[in-house]
Design a protein around this ligand. Structure first.
Ligand SMILES: NC(=O)c1ccc[n+]([C@@H]2O[C@H](COP(=O)([O-])OP(=O)(O)OC[C@H]3O[C@@H](n4cnc5c(N)ncnc54)[C@H](OP(=O)(O)O)[C@@H]3O)[C@@H](O)[C@H]2O)c1
Length: 245
């Protein structure tokens, strides 16, 4: 099954930088006709929109603001591709005294926002002849990475949500992809001292998988190796992540 990007309409959350910006640029190159680039502060989208203002449309969206999500249906009546990319990370370990506070904040952005946005846009997505929902989780969602424990919990929740959504939509024209990157060269991964691919690679690999009918995307060498370790022996990956501090 190949995926035809030509003439499609897409929405990318957290589009103003990092992996989200990479998705917008890659969608543009793929021939999508309209890309709603969503950001909390639309003034942060000026440079991106200037690449092709006929295609890239700025949209204000804080994914934790329910009223902003609901209002989107007034702007967006047609959509084929939804990229749930926006995310935050807190440096909180699982056993921290205030771990719940950090986890709640991360859940709002990393899970509940994408869930509500997807539900609100689903009626329009169902009208697509060939649609896709791309949920950005993390390799830390496959196995808990203790130094970013609460973040890992939210990304595991995103993984579970993605699996369930895929089952719900199995009889539809919508493919549901889960994306599980390792460290990528963005602001979020500034503290990780290792080889980090450019953010566009996440979008490129995701779209390759979409076109090849694959639903789980491991877009870099680190996540690919770690997932192979997990498949071999799940506890081994947990031990590897624990040893990485
Ligand atoms: N970089 C990595 O190594 C890595 C690895 C695995 C998974 N990921 C995931 O990839 C996704 C993108 O991360 P990134 O690496 O590109 O990080 P980033 O450079 O920190 O970008 C995060 C984006 O999310 C937006 N955002 C944060 N809170 C938001 C909210 N409440 N509503 C709407 N947008 C919000 C940010 O907007 P503002 O500019 O307004 O803050 C920014 O555009 C995240 O889901 C992240 O968890 C990243």
């Amino acid at each position: 099954m190949s995926f035809d990007f030509n003439g499609k309409v897409a929405l990318v959350t957290g589009a103003n930088r990092g992996i989200g910006e990479g998705f917008v640029k890659t969608l543009l190159e793929a021939g999508v006709s309209t890309i709603y680039a969503a950001a909390r502060d639309v003034s942060n989208l000026d440079t991106l929109v200037s690449i092709n203002p006929d295609v890239i449309k700025p949209v204000q969206l804080d994914v934790t603001r329910s009223e902003q999500i609901k209002a989107l249906t007034q702007t967006i009546q047609t959509i084929d591709i939804l990229v749930n990319n926006a995310g935050i990370i807190n440096p909180a370990i699982n056993s921290a005294h205030d771990a719940v506070d950090f986890a709640r904040q991360e859940m709002d952005v990393n899970l509940f926002g994408p869930m509500q946005l997807t539900s609100v846009l689903l009626p329009a997505l169902r009208q697509s002849a060939q649609g896709a929902i791309i949920n950005v989780s993390s390799i830390a969602g496959i196995s808990n990475f203790p130094s970013i424990g609460t973040y890992s919990i939210t990304k595991a929740a995103m993984h579970s949500y993605t699996q369930g959504l895929r089952a719900d939509l199995a009889d539809s024209n919508i493919s549901v992809l889960g994306v599980y990157p390792g460290p990528i060269d963005t602001r979020m991964a500034e503290g990780f001292e290792m080889d980090k691919p450019a953010p566009e690679q996440v979008a490129i690999k995701s779209f390759e998988c979409l076109s090849n009918g694959k639903t789980d995307v491991f877009p870099d060498d680190f996540s690919t190796q770690m997932y192979a370790t997990f498949l071999d022996q799940p506890q081994k990956l947990a031990d590897v992540f624990a040893s990485m501090g």
